[in-house]
Design a protein. Structure first.
Ligand code: CP
Ligand code: NVA
Length: 311
């Protein structure tokens, strides 16, 4: 039997996102109403972290608990993976003991090798290349803020502006644009352009590259950015600070966006670097809702991978 994983945004179809967004709304409603719903009772989630985390760790751990299951946190440094046990061997062992696995690691290839040897579903909790759970939470947040709260088609035909690094978040937004039918405007500094090798040719009609961030923001319904130095790239920090200085989201940029535009950031943020405080702490910012929605989106993903659809 083939096991279904969630390793990148394009692993789910538009039809699956239609279901998952509705399901997220239902799971969030049940939680807020103190309704018990334990479809994953007696199930265990292993969470493997090779990089730091606040939101991802907490939301997966609270999420599996709310669905009736249990989480085990594994920091790779404390496991045999940190002492050179092959990823393939670890996957074979861990997936015989738990029911579902979330991994945050460096290269997407590591995640893929793990998944190829796992008997149970594997979820990408962030790699250098992709962060699909975060973008799904961001899109769900947009549906809540500017749609009816459960119909994913509210994002169709909209424009999302990405200002900053060509990183795991931007490559995931590119995949999302094709799968869900919106357009992405991308402005990255010289020397930090998108790596075409990471982009599926069929995604190319769904994004446009701009030299100036202000132009990318024009008319956008979502303006989003991320740290200038992602985890794993710390050695480049000083050079990046200089290269990215004109790629900070400002109130001026927000004024060029659509009148009802929202500002998004996956967090953690650095005020005064990639975004001005008046934007991230301002009225158009939905960053706290994005963080909260990680919890409910990931419950929908785990429930779906293990139990399929509830309709
Ligand atoms: N946005 C996000 O994934 O946050 P953490 O690094 O805190 O998990
Ligand atoms: N691009 C950032 C996201 C952190 C959640 C990083 O990879 O560090």
């Amino acid at each position: 039997m083939t096991v279904k994983h969630y390793l990148q945004f394009s692993d789910f179809t538009q039809d699956e996102y239609v279901y998952l967004v509705q399901r997220t709304a239902e799971l969030k409603r049940r939680f807020k109403a103190y309704e018990t719903w334990h479809p994953l009772h007696d199930r265990t989630l292993a969470m493997i972290f090779e990089k730091s985390s606040t939101r991802t760790r907490l939301s997966f751990e609270a999420g599996i608990f709310q669905l009736g299951g249990h989480a085990v946190f594994l920091n790779t440094k404390d496991t045999q993976l940190g002492r050179g046990e092959p990823v393939e061997d670890a996957a074979k062992v861990i997936s015989r003991m738990v029911d579902i696995i979330m991994i945050r690691t460096f290269g997407q290839d590591i995640l893929e090798r793990f998944a190829a040897n796992s008997r149970v579903p594997v979820i990408n909790g962030l790699t250098n290349e992709y962060h699909p759970c975060q973008v799904m939470a961001d899109i769900y947040t947009y549906i809540e803020e500017r749609g009816n709260g459960e119909d994913v088609s509210a994002i169709e035909g909209k424009t999302v502006a990405w200002v900053g690094d060509a990183n795991n978040m931007s490559y995931t937004w590119i995949q999302a644009a094709r799968v869900l039918g919106f357009h992405l405007n991308i402005a990255t500094p010289a020397g930090y352009a998108l790596d075409e090798q990471l982009i599926d040719p069929q995604d190319k009609p769904f994004y446009t590259v701009f030299e100036h961030p202000m132009d990318a923001c024009k008319g956008a319904h979502i303006v989003t950015t991320d740290v200038w130095t992602s985890m794993g790239y710390e050695a480049e920090n000083e050079v990046r600070m200089a290269a990215f200085k004109d790629f900070k989201v400002t109130a001026d940029m927000m004024a060029h966006a659509a009148a009802d535009a929202v500002f998004m950031h996956c967090l953690p943020a650095h005020r005064g670097e990639e975004v001005d405080a008046e934007v991230i702490d301002g009225a158009q910012s939905v960053v706290w809702q994005e963080a909260e929605n990680r919890l409910h989106v990931q419950k929908a993903i785990m429930e779906y991978l293990l139990r399929g659809r509830f309709e």
